[in-house]
Ligand binder design. Structure first.
Ligand SMILES: Nc1nc2c(ncn2[C@@H]2O[C@H](COP(=O)(O)OP(=O)(O)OP(=O)(O)O)[C@@H](O)[C@H]2O)c(=O)[nH]1
Ligand SMILES: [Mg+2]
Length: 230
């Protein structure tokens, strides 16, 4: 289900305002382990990625709230699963970052077990967003995360973020490389160039997440749809 890409140079002013369904997001809880996670019911979408990749910034951009998920220049800031409530049955999750240096093997193993189990067992989890710096996508540990997502049969959205740091040609090349690398995946994979700064790709992310979270289309969206494509 590839769709035509939005123009890469699209400016922030051209992006539609965030839908109220995301703007309403509020912090729900932080869980250090699976036992502390909220009820496993309804619909959940999780954001995974290397430390400092831009997960929390992506969630904030998506929800139009600067301080919703805490961002930091210090890698490894988010060490718990942070849950954000969209409504009674829908949540976003900011997962602990991975790949940061200077942590012990036992912390790494604990993280690995937590991620694998969460992806495998969480039945409300409807899709996994893997956030990668567009300048260094698909590192070994990203590929491990993607492999766990595929093993758990989760549809994937690969968000190539910090696209504001690259020129258009390099963005297009990287998009093509990452799509090619995942072309044989056994789950649906969408790859989007994104920037929390310029808001490039924001509308596409909202659309994908709205599908996963089973938000009913607003009446105006239904009216816009051609009957041929219903
Ligand atoms: N230029 C640019 N900087 C970004 C973008 N997204 C995030 N950043 C910066 O990258 C740094 C890390 O962003 P975070 O959102 O905190 O990253 P994170 O993945 O949540 O990191 P951890 O919580 O440590 O796992 C911050 O200094 C952000 O301001 C982006 O799209 N463009
Ligand atoms: Mg974070």
């Amino acid at each position: 289900m590839r769709r035509a890409q939005r123009p890469l140079g699209a400016r922030r002013v051209n992006e539609p305002a965030t839908h109220p369904r995301f703007q309403r997001a509020a912090f729900l809880s932080a869980a250090p382990d699976l036992a502390a996670t909220p009820d496993d019911s309804g619909y959940e979408v999780a954001f995974a990625g290397r430390s400092n990749a831009g997960k929390s910034s992506a969630i904030n951009a998506l929800c139009h709230q600067r301080g919703l998920a805490r961002t930091s220049k210090t890698p490894g800031r988010t060490q718990q699963l942070n849950f954000f409530r969209l409504d009674d049955e829908r949540r976003l999750v900011d997962l602990p970052g991975y790949g940061f240096a200077k942590v012990s093997l036992s912390i790494k193993q604990r993280w690995q077990q937590l991620m694998e189990r969460y992806l495998e067992r969480r039945s409300s989890l409807k899709g996994l967003v893997v956030v990668m710096d567009i300048r260094h996508p698909l590192t070994d540990i990203d590929q491990q995360m993607i492999a766990w997502g595929i093993a758990a049969d989760l549809p994937l959205l690969l968000l190539l973020t910090k696209a504001d740091k690259l020129k258009r040609g390099a963005i297009t090349r990287t998009l093509a490389e990452v799509r090619k690398a995942l072309s044989a995946a056994s789950v649906p994979v969408e790859v989007i160039a994104f920037s929390a700064v310029s808001r490039l790709g924001l509308a596409q992310v909202q659309e994908q997440l709205s599908n996963w979270l089973a938000f009913a289309a607003a009446p105006s969206e239904i009216a816009d749809r051609s009957p041929l494509h219903d």
